[in-house]
Design a protein around this ligand. Structure first.
Ligand code: MRU
Length: 310
């Protein structure tokens, strides 16, 4: 195993000496493995905003550790919660994790939440692997691996379990413009797991489907509305349209901490618009970071509790 097979505490942890939250800086992967230290809840919020740590469950875990850090330092807990909650808008795991910590913002509670998220990943991966036939050729988008979940992964977890069961032949990895989570992070994790893969430009997915090289699409999610509409990395909706056109199943693998029953449909999900300079600094640009895939285009949603058809 290479370095892409990280322990949960390599990705995000709380060190009580200091105290500080330590994050693997995902902006610098795969070229450099460098830790990023946060000495306050505001610094954790900044690390979430600037995507030192990213991926819906992982930012929830980081926020939980950030709140525990605030309590250890004697910070105003209400203010710490407000600052952390405001760091990124789309992934509901962030506010979910902060709500879980309410009344008990301790290191033990944050570590338990982290362990539970990784356990949910393993359970949902086991369910999702049932959807793979022998020799499946999959396509995935963005990074829904251990880096994005604090360990093991959701969509990549499904790929790992399918691979271990001898059901997976190959994975096409969308590069995922503009921040290249697929080309940098998912490819790194698949390489470590020894899973055959190839990075493709986002725009190549349609042609690969048309030429019969994709049996299923599997992604994670940042927020799933009560009706099954799912927000995920920009480009997922386009993939879902393409998959429907080519009659290829599209599966969303996500923990129940990603389900937002208080939001009725995808229209109510806040979509983060990031700095246009991430796209280009030369011309005017727009940079929506997520899109919403309507439930009707999702073949099944897989959580730790099982497989659900919308
Ligand atoms: O902007 P990012 O990198 O945080 O976006 C992450 C994604 O869209 C992931 O697919 C999603 O969070 C699921 S992670 C298990």
């Amino acid at each position: 195993m290479g370095r892409g097979d990280l322990n949960p505490e390599d990705i995000v942890r709380l060190e009580e000496d200091g105290p500080r939250v330590v994050l693997l800086d995902q902006r610098r992967l795969p070229d450099e493995e460098v830790d990023h230290s946060c000495a306050s809840a505001a610094e954790v919020a900044d690390a979430i905003r600037t995507m030192v740590v990213r991926g819906a469950p992982a930012i929830g875990v980081a926020a939980a550790y950030g709140l525990a850090l605030a309590a250890l330092r004697g910070e105003d807990i209400g203010e710490a919660e407000r600052v952390l909650a405001a760091s990124r808008p789309t992934a509901v795991n962030l506010s979910w994790a902060l709500a879980q910590m309410r009344g008990e913002p301790t290191p033990e509670r944050a570590r338990a939440l982290h362990r539970e998220e990784v356990d949910r990943c393993r359970r949902m991966a086991a369910h999702a692997a049932e959807l793979f036939a022998p020799d499946t050729r999959a396509l995935t988008h963005c990074n829904a691996g251990g880096l994005a979940t604090g360990g093991y992964g959701s969509a990549v977890g499904a790929l790992r379990t399918a691979w271990e069961r001898g059901l997976l032949a190959h994975v096409l990895v969308d590069e995922t413009r503009p921040l290249l989570q697929g080309a940098r992070l998912t490819a790194w994790e698949l390489e470590t797991a020894g899973i055959p893969h190839a990075v493709i430009a986002d725009g190549a997915a349609a042609a690969m489907m048309a030429s019969g090289e994709v049996d299923l699409v599997v992604t994670g999610a940042d927020r799933i509305a009560a009706n099954g509409d799912a927000a995920n990395k920009i480009g997922t909706y386009g993939l879902a349209v393409l998959a429907a056109h080519h009659r290829i199943p599209l599966y969303v693998v996500a923990p129940t901490s990603t389900i937002d029953r208080a939001t009725a449909t995808g229209a109510g999900i806040p979509i983060e618009e990031r700095d246009p300079a991430e796209v280009t600094a030369r011309f005017p640009a727009r940079n929506p970071a997520f899109d919403v895939t309507p439930a009707a285009l999702i073949t099944a949603i897989v959580t730790e509790d099982g497989i659900w058809s919308p």
